[in-house]
Design a protein around this ligand. Structure first.
Ligand code: HEC
Ligand code: HEC
Length: 388
């Protein structure tokens, strides 16, 4: 009965989206996904790739791996080292240091609702599935995060094969394979766990679900300003995740927007360049116009994920909004000196605006309504080793 109900709902939803016809089998899958993810009704069913279906067993294994330092070559770091649940899975640093002391150039991203992004990391148009991206923290040798390079891989995998708890978890998660731990199984399980990290329990969500008292009058004003044509925030920070990098199971891949913008943070040469250490999408494409292109970060739990921007170079939300009000950041001294407001490469949506202190306070108050205390305290995402 439940499934018939789901079919009707999905059919209704997809009526507005001509591209998708949902078969009975697909709607059964969507219903199971809703249960698995504990999704509230206002959140869309996310897109999960066919090659890695979500199962409880993979999610469980992924959760252990996420918190296990044995996953770094020298056993000093786990994913948690840079992605702390109390900080909505960010780390409070401008930029982190990897397991071997290597300084990274980018700020650790919060991991709420990653499953709804259409691209991953601060600026990469080739990571279209989490499985692509997760190779980086585990395997990369420049910069080094967990440092499991080719020469270390066998030893790291042997650690899991030697632990009976993991032997059982790997066998349960991948029943069709009897080869023990492999890097693909690790990545598939971590991707599955990260996909379950859904944040939809903030005051703002209560408001969306119909509780008009969930936001204060100040927060409602901030919400209006955020969505208005003076502040312009919503053009780039929109939808369930406050980012145009978005997709769900109903998104037609042809409709996915190119989700990268230059928001005027730097202009070191008067021609719009960013510091050479990180020029965003340009570093991949070498196309001049791509200098400073980054993904609008999701604003979920933004109060907890300071400092801000791809390099953690803005400390507070007030300074972020002042940066937008100015229409780009002015850096007066030092090697990064330059006026972002004059950048020929900044987005046409970063025009600057006049705002009173009260209005800025209201937008900050609205952004704080996105803090989800259920999410940061949810035992499903917590360290399983501390439970035992
Ligand atoms: C040394 C710190 C560090 C460690 C350890 C680390 N990360 Fe990250 N993580 C980062 C940084 C920095 C970024 C942004 C990378 C970029 O933009 O290039 C990031 C980005 C991500 C993203 C992309 C999020 C998005 O919204 O696109 C995911 C997912 C992620 N990390 C998961 C993991 C997992 C799983 C692990 C463990 C296997 C891990 N990270 C280990 C620092 C770290
Ligand atoms: C033209 C698109 C665009 C507009 C308009 C825009 N943003 Fe952004 N936003 C971005 C991009 C791109 C980034 C990441 C830039 C970077 O890291 O270099 C970002 C980053 C942020 C961050 C930091 C996120 C983090 O996790 O560090 C906050 C907060 C933010 N924006 C809030 C706002 C607010 C509030 C407004 C309206 C006043 C706004 N944005 C308008 C594109 C935009």
């Amino acid at each position: 009965m439940k499934y018939i109900f789901a079919v009707v709902i999905v059919a209704m939803l997809s009526a507005c989206n001509q591209s998708s016809t949902t078969t009975v089998e697909e709607s059964v899958q969507q219903e199971t996904l809703r249960e698995l993810l504990d999704l509230p009704e206002h959140m869309a069913v996310p897109a999960i790739p066919d090659f890695n279906p979500l199962t409880r067993e993979k999610i469980e294994l992924g959760r252990f791996l996420f918190y296990d330092k044995r996953l770094s070559a020298n056993q000093t770091q786990s994913c948690e080292s840079c992605h702390d649940q109390q900080l909505a899975f960010s780390d409070g640093l401008e930029v982190p240091t990897g397991s071997t002391g290597h300084q990274l150039t980018r700020n650790s991203q919060g991991l709420a609702n990653v499953v709804y992004h259409s691209t991953f990391t601060w600026s990469n148009d080739t990571f279209l599935e989490l499985e692509d991206q997760l190779n980086v923290p585990i395997r990369a040798d420049n910069p080094i995060e967990l440092g499991v390079t080719d020469s270390e891989l066998e030893e790291v995998l042997a650690r899991f094969d030697a632990d009976p708890v993991y032997v059982e978890m790997f066998a349960n998660a991948f029943p069709e394979s009897d080869t023990g731990a492999t890097i693909n199984k690790i990545i598939f399980s971590l991707a599955s766990f990260v996909r379950t990290m859904i944040s939809a329990g903030s005051a703002y969500d209560q408001y969306l679900l119909g509780d008009k008292t969930a936001l204060t009058e100040q927060q409602k004003l901030g919400f209006q300003l955020f969505n208005g044509e003076r502040f312009e925030c919503f053009h780039c920070h929109t939808g369930a995740n406050f980012s145009v990098s978005y997709r769900d199971s109903n998104t037609n891949s042809g409709n996915i927007q190119f989700p990268f913008f230059n928001n005027g943070l730097y202009n070191v040469d008067g021609e719009g360049s960013y510091p050479a250490s990180d020029q965003g999408l340009y570093d991949l494409t070498l196309n001049e116009a791509d200098k400073g292109l980054f993904r609008p970060q999701s604003l979920r739990n933004i109060e907890l994920t300071a400092p801000y921007m791809h390099d953690g170079s803005i400390a507070t939300l007030r300074e972020v909004i002042e940066h937008y009000a100015r229409g780009g950041r002015l850096i007066e001294y030092g090697e990064n000196a330059g006026d972002g407001n004059l950048s020929p490469l900044k987005s046409g949506l970063i025009l600057g605006f006049v705002a009173s202190d009260e209005e800025i306070d209201a937008v900050i108050a609205f952004l704080e309504s996105l803090t989800d205390y259920e999410f940061i305290n949810n035992p499903k995402f917590s360290n399983p080793f501390e439970e035992q």
